[in-house]
Design a protein around this ligand. Structure first.
Ligand code: FES
Length: 327
């Protein structure tokens, strides 16, 4: 059976996971089919109300019948978290996308997980998976204050899970930088390498933290970085040069000015391209590239895909004067 692109769910429960962080359980409708399966690292687009939709990582357990997301309240944000905290209540129905995963947990000899603040949400299911599969793992979870850091108790319990090979050192480090000072990311990763050797490093957190992590991994041949940033690094950069687009299916020839996004131009031409985060974070707007070189500015790794070649129309642009898109 194919997975629907979009589905309706009901808010089943709310729980406070830390100061300012609410977890929302989303259940299938009473007469509806079970929710589609998902894997650690997946996210949903939640349509909160017309014109307001946000992406949230799934932070529950894939074996659960419900989806679980966690949302930090940002009163001066763009409105999504404020809406969740003020208006989502049990019984409310919501439309959501099916889970999508651009942050897959790939097989590894060991995992070094790094989470900054609410970036713990995609990492938590990954830690559970690594634990269930018996793959060595460590976690550095860094926040400003411990009271605002979600899921610390769950991680402590997970960390205390019995070892079949005798006593072992704690694997998760919870670091409140407001009181403990700057976290030593280099020391943490090097300790992981000494104990476990090669690792895939999965990080989610603020851009500055992920940039530092990516740079550290680039300097160490035994670490492979996989990151998800709160904001895409290219989303705030200068708009770049204008370019032309040929749409091979519709036969349309379009021009993208320096101050417009490809997504806006395609949508204005009536082409069927969806947009959601518009920051290169969710992959909803991917389009297939038939010719030309995209200037990838997303942060879901669409530039790494080779067949078919795709790009994020919301933030990515062109390195060549023109592109051919399968639209
Ligand atoms: S709309 Fe989310 S990556 Fe483009």
């Amino acid at each position: 059976m194919s997975t629907p692109e979009e589905l309706e769910v009901v808010v089943a429960e709310l729980s406070w996971e830390a100061d300012g962080v609410v977890a929302v359980g989303l259940a299938p409708l009473p007469d509806g089919p079970p929710l589609p399966a998902w894997t650690p690292g997946a996210h949903l687009t939640v349509r909160l109300r017309p014109g307001l939709e946000r992406q949230y990582s799934l932070c529950g357990d894939p074996v659960d019948a419900r989806y679980r997301i966690a949302v930090r309240h940002c009163p001066r944000g763009r409105g999504g978290s404020d809406y969740v905290h003020r208006f989502l209540r049990p019984g409310r129905r919501l439309r959501i996308s099916a889970p999508r995963n651009h942050f897959d947990l790939l097989p590894a000899a060991s995992y070094a997980f790094v989470a900054g603040g609410i970036g713990i949400t995609p990492i938590l299911p990954m830690v559970r998976r690594a634990e269930a599969d018996g793959i060595p793992w460590t976690l550095a979870y860094v926040g400003r204050e411990r009271a605002t850091m979600a899921f610390v108790d769950r991680l402590t319990r997970l960390d205390a899970a019995e070892s079949t090979t005798g006593p072992r050192a704690p694997r998760s480090t919870v670091w409140a930088s407001g009181t403990a000072g700057r976290f030593d990311l280099t020391g943490h990763l090097d300790a992981h390498r000494r104990e476990h050797g090669r690792a895939r490093v999965y990080g989610c957190g603020p851009t500055s933290m992920m940039d530092a992590l990516e740079e550290l991994c680039a300097q160490r041949a035994d670490l492979v970085f996989h990151g998800e940033r709160f904001r895409a690094p290219g989303a705030d950069t200068a708009p770049g040069r204008p370019f032309d687009v040929r749409c091979t299916r519709s036969g349309l020839d379009l021009h993208v000015d320096a101050d417009r996004s490809l997504l806006d131009v395609l949508a204005a031409a009536g082409l069927p391209v969806a947009g959601s985060c518009r920051e290169g974070l969710c992959g909803t707007c991917e389009v297939v590239v038939r010719a030309g070189d995209p200037d990838h500015r997303d942060h879901v790794g669409l530039g790494d895909r080779t067949a078919p070649r795709v790009m994020a129309a919301c933030v990515s642009r062109a390195l060549t004067p023109g592109l051919e898109l399968e639209l």
